[in-house]
Design a protein around this ligand. Structure first.
Ligand code: MTE
Ligand code: MO
Length: 400
């Protein structure tokens, strides 16, 4: 067990131990960066989670959960909201309505029963990751929620495609984009409603879906009950919860959450020199390739072995993972990992490797490569919102 609180991720191991012991009142963990203290609390349908803010609820998954399989249990899945008064009250699958409006031949107004009865069910495993996952590790630090690495999760989503709905409504030839709105509404006129937009071809690609189930159960309230948008391969900001309206537009979405927020530097790395502003930006898009070691945490003591098992998960924005390499010498030499079961190109992919861990200190580094050819960088890219962090972070272990 780690004792050095400045060690990266080490106190999450501490959190795991606390959680295993049963979370009593008043417990907290300290993430290994400035102002990293987080209370641990339970919420409806959730096991004890790390609390960034209570109003609105922003809850991190305890990191050790990711060591227990490719799918993140619903009761451990992270939670992110923007607006006061969330989650919205009075949501009920029996009375909820989903409307398709705007530039369509026939506007639709559907119940969940209509969705289940009149449209084919589809299922897809996909990672939901918040744009700022790992922001707390950004150096120099940036404004925004100082997140550890628990703002991600993988689930099996079941629902209907947006394409099927749009085809039923009949999209007009003049259509350009689709806006998605949920039941949470701003409580002050100065705050913009949380609305996201996708190009009409993206929305109609047959993969973007509206889910009513997550891992074989209804969506938890905090993860979007009773309906949410799934945008496979795209950052969580697009995955609108408590979905009520699809509006087909003849121009691009003018929503604040598209035009002002969730924008990245408009270049290949989505990065700029540390401390500088981007001269041009674009809306955030696909998930960066990323991997995590899940069975060892920074600062941990491990058993010395000629063949120590190291394992974790990897994912990218939908090309799929082509390989993961592991280094036990800080990146000088690399060993290919074996990949676990393929649950689809948008899913977490488990991986494992054996490396010699002689007595002493080792710097473990995992580095994933996507089928599109993208590889995690060994030094972190920087941007003003610390979005899309994907550096291959070293995990220091002492073998004894
Ligand atoms: N209605 C609504 N949907 C939303 C948000 C929100 O504030 N309101 N936040 C988005 C963001 S930024 C993220 S990262 C994901 C988080 O999904 P989760 O809370 O189910 O983990 O929800 C997205 N959908
Ligand atoms: Mo997010």
């Amino acid at each position: 067990m780690a004792t050095n609180l400045s060690d990266r991720r080490s106190v999450l191991t501490g959190a795991a131990a606390l959680l295993a012991a049963g979370a009593a009142r008043g417990q907290a963990v300290t993430l290994p960066f400035g102002n990293g203290e987080r209370p641990i609390k339970t919420y409806p349908e959730k096991r004890p989670m790390l609390v960034l803010t209570e109003r609105p609820p922003q809850l991190e998954t305890p990191f050790e959960v990711f060591d227990h399989g490719a799918f993140t249990p619903n009761d451990a899945f992270f939670v992110r909201y923007h607006l006061a008064g969330t989650p919205p009250r009075g949501l009920d699958a029996a009375t909820h309505r989903l409307k398709v409006l705007g530039a369509v031949e026939t506007p639709l107004d559907l119940s969940l029963a209509d969705l289940r009865r009149d449209f084919p069910a589809v299922e897809l495993a996909a990672v939901n990751e918040c744009s700022g996952n790992g922001r707390g590790f950004s150096s120099p630090r940036v404004a925004g929620g100082q997140l550890g690495e628990g703002m991600m999760g993988n689930a099996l989503w079941r629902g209907v495609t947006v394409r099927a709905l749009l085809d039923r409504a009949g999209v007009k030839a003049s259509a350009h984009a689709v806006e998605f709105n949920g039941a949470d509404r701003p409580q002050m006129a100065s705050v913009a409603d949380f609305v996201k937009g996708l190009g009409v071809d993206h929305a109609r690609n047959g993969e973007v879906m509206i889910a009513y189930e997550m891992n074989g159960a209804p969506l938890p309230l905090l993860n979007g009950y009773p309906l949410r948008l799934i945008v496979p391969g795209y950052y969580g900001t697009y995955w609108v919860k408590h979905l009520t309206d699809l509006t087909v537009l003849e121009q691009e979405s003018q929503s604040y959450w598209m035009q002002k927020a969730y924008r990245i530097p408009d270049n290949d790395c989505a990065c700029v020199p540390a401390g500088t502003a981007a001269s041009a930006t674009r809306p955030i898009g696909k998930l960066n390739v990323r991997s995590f070691i899940t069975n060892l945490s920074d600062g941990q003591t491990a058993k010395a072995s000629a063949r120590a098992l190291v394992r974790g998960v990897a994912f990218d924005g939908g090309s799929g993972i082509s390989g993961v390499e592991l280094s036990s010498d800080g990146g000088k030499t690399w060993t290919p990992a074996s990949l676990g079961q393929d649950h689809g190109k948008y899913s977490f992919r488990e991986w494992s490797a054996h490396v010699p861990l002689e007595h002493g200190e080792h710097l473990l580094v995992a580095r994933a490569k996507s089928k599109a050819g993208d590889v995690q960088p060994l030094t972190a890219n920087w941007n003003p919102s610390a979005y899309m962090r994907n550096v291959a972070d070293p995990v220091r272990v002492v073998a004894a």
